[in-house]
Design a protein around this ligand. Structure first.
Ligand code: A3D
Length: 320
C-alpha cells in the first residue's frame, strides 16, 4: 500500500513539498491548512500536474485533521515566515501558539507518524512540538542542518569551481545566527578542506566569508524576495528526511534531534548528524570536535537554551 504524508501548512514550503513528493511518487499527499482554499487549490493544481509528470499518487487539500488520520509522515510548516529585517527568534510568540494547535491535531490522528518540523525558530519550535504532543523523541525531528549544509556546499562549490555534489560537509548547532559550519569535517573532491587551506587553493578570508554567507543565507533570500522566505531548498531538504524514513535508507543527515547527554547536552533539541531509518532517528552520531568547533557549538546551544527559556515564559505548559 502507498504511504501517506500529511503536510501541515500549505504555504510556500508546503506546496513545494507536495509537488516534490508527488514527482518522486513517495506517498499520497494530504495538504492541510487553516486556509482551506489554499490547501484545496494547491492539491488540485498538483494533482493535475501528475498527468504531465507521469506520477501515480493521490493528493487532497483539507482543513480537517481527520483527513490526516494514520499518516506515515507529517511535515509541519504551519506558521509565519520572516519578513526582511526580522530574526527567526522574532517569530517565537506567534509560531508557538500555532504549533500548540498542530500538536493537538496530530497526536490524536497520527500518533505513530514520523514528524518533521520546519517551522521557525526551528530548534525551540520542534522542542515545543515534542512537549505539547508527547510523541516519542525519536519520531520528532527538525529540518535545518540539511538546508544549512546545502548552502555551505553551494558557496564552497562556487569558490572552488567544482560541482556541488563533490562537496561533503556539515552544519551543526541551532538553526540561527550561531549555527556551526564545520570546515574540519568538509571535503571537496574527496580532499580535506583543511588541506586545501594549507596549500592556498582557498584562503582563510574567503572561507570566513563563505561561513558568514552560510549563516546569513536565509536572510539574503528574504531580502531579495521582499515577501516570504526560502522555500525550494527547505522543501528539498524536508523530502530527503522523509524519503530516508519511508525507504529505510539509513542516511546520515544533520537534523535537529533530541539530545540526552550526547555532545554534553541534555534535554534539548539541536542540530547534530543522525541516522534516519524506518525507526525514525535510529542513532545520533557523535563527531569529535576541535576546540574551535566545540566552542562554537556550545555558543549555539546556549542561544537555543536561552530562546527556550523565553518560550517557557510565554507558555508555562512548556516547563512541564
Ligand atoms: P507560508 O507560505 O506563510 O506558509 C505557512 C502556512 O501556514 C500558511 O499557508 C498558513 O495559512 C498556515 N498556517 C498558519 N497557521 C496554521 C495552523 N494553525 N494550522 C495549519 N496551518 C497554518 O510560509 P513558508 O511555507 O514559507 O514557511 C513556513 C515556516 O517555515 C515559517 O515559519 C518559516 O520561517 C519556516 N522556514 C524554516 C526553514 C528552516 O530551515 C527551518 C527554512 C525556511 C522557512
Amino acid at each position: 500500500m502507498r504511504k501517506k504524508i500529511s503536510l501541515i501548512g500549505a504555504g510556500q514550503i508546503g506546496g513545494t513539498l507536495a509537488h516534490l513528493i508527488s514527482i518522486k511518487e513517495l506517498a499520497d499527499v494530504v495538504l492541510f491548512d487553516v486556509a482551506e482554499g489554499i490547501a484545496k487549490g494547491k492539491a488540485l493544481d498538483i494533482a493535475q500536474a501528475t498527468a504531465v509528470d507521469g506520477s501515480d499518487v493521490n493528493l487532497i487539500g483539507t482543513s480537517n485533521y481527520e483527513d490526516t488520520n494514520n499518516s506515515d509522515v507529517i511535515i509541519i510548516t504551519a506558521g509565519v515566515p520572516r519578513k526582511p529585517g526580522m530574526t527567526r527568534d522574532d517569530l517565537l510568540g506567534t509560531n508557538l501558539k500555532i504549533i500548540k494547535q498542530v500538536a493537538e491535531g496530530i497526536k490524536k490522528t497520527s500518533p505513530n507518524a514520523f514528524v518533521i518540523c520546519i517551522t521557525n525558530p526551528l530548534d525551540v519550535i520542534v522542542m515545543a512540538l515534542q512537549k505539547y504532543s508527547g510523541l516519542p523523541t525519536n519520531k520528532i525531528v527538525g529540518m535545518a542542518g540539511i538546508l544549512d549544509s546545502s548552502r555551505f556546499k553551494y558557496f564552497l562549490s562556487q569558490e572552488l569551481k567544482i560541482p556541488v555534489k563533490n562537496i561533503d560537509t556539515l552544519v551543526l548547532g541551532g538553526h540561527g545566527d550561531t549555527m556551526v559550519p564545520m570546515p574540519n569535517h568538509t571535503t571537496a573532491n574527496g580532499r580535506a578542506l583543511t588541506q586545501l587551506l594549507e596549500e592556498n587553493t582557498i584562503n582563510k578570508k574567503s572561507l570566513d566569508s563563505i561561513i558568514s554567507k552560510t549563516r546569513k543565507g536565509g536572510a539574503e533570500i528574504i531580502k531579495l524576495l521582499e515577501k516570504g522566505s526560502a522555500f525550494y531548498a527547505p522543501a528539498a531538504s524536508g523530502v530527503e528526511m522523509a524519503e530516508s524514513y519511508i525507504k529505510n535508507l539509513k542516511k546520515t543527515l544533520p537534523c535537529a534531534a533530541y539530545l540526552n547527554g550526547e555532545y554534553g547536552v541534555k534535554d534539548l533539541y539541536a542540530g547534530v548528524p543522525v541516522i534516519i531509518g524506518s525507526k525514525g532517528v535510529e542513532k545520533i552520531i557523535e563527531l569529535s570536535l576541535s576546540k574551535d568547533e566545540k566552542d562554537n557549538f556550545d555558543l549555539s546551544i546556549k542561544a537555543v537554551k536561552e530562546l527556550f527559556s523565553s518560550a517557557v515564559k510565554i507558555d508555562k505548559d512548556l516547563a512541564k
